[in-house]
Design a binder for this molecule. Structure first.
Ligand SMILES: CC(C)(COP(=O)(O)OP(=O)(O)OC[C@H]1O[C@@H](n2cnc3c(N)ncnc32)[C@H](O)[C@@H]1OP(=O)(O)O)[C@@H](O)C(=O)NCCC(=O)NCCS
Length: 115
């Protein structure tokens, strides 16, 4: 039921990738999830936004009723701002949910939006 896409430039260079899938099975399978990775070399050029818009359009087209991100590290402020600008809200923050390699234990956001 899931899908993976890559973002490429005109020459075919892979700039980033996104994976989209149901967040759970069974009674919660109407909620989608997704994850993203942009090549740091190509960050800040709108690739992440394009991938985010793509997974939301996919989820709507597939009939999902919401999208949930399970683990957005609170210190990943660029990602948090991007997801908020695409309509996601921070539903809760798991205290010390993530062990950051340099910052130690930091919060982990669950972000969500109904479609
Ligand atoms: C998060 C990630 C997907 C963003 O991809 P990107 O291609 O750099 O993002 P974009 O160029 O589309 O930036 C879009 C928005 O992100 C935000 N943003 C990006 N970098 C930022 C930074 N350093 N500080 C603040 N905001 C930032 C801005 O709101 C920007 O808004 P704009 O479109 O109005 O300029 C990318 O940095 C990445 O792969 N990071 C590592 C993996 C990761 O964190 N994945 C997501 C886990 S939830």
């Amino acid at each position: 039921p899931g899908r993976t896409v890559v973002a490429v430039d005109d020459s075919g260079t892979v700039l980033g990738t996104a994976k989209m899938n149901p967040n759970h099975m069974g009674g919660a399978s109407h909620i989608a999830s997704a994850s993203f990775m942009v090549d740091p070399q190509y960050a800040g050029r709108g690739v992440g936004r394009a991938l985010g818009e793509h997974v939301l359009a996919w989820a709507r087209a597939e009939g999902y009723r919401a999208m949930q991100f399970n683990a957005v590290v609170e210190t990943n402020t660029g990602a948090v701002a991007l997801w908020e600008s695409l309509g996601f809200q921070i539903m809760t923050t798991l205290p010390e949910g993530f062990l950051h390699p340099t910052k130690g234990y930091v919060g982990l956001h669950i972000m969500y939006q109904q479609l």
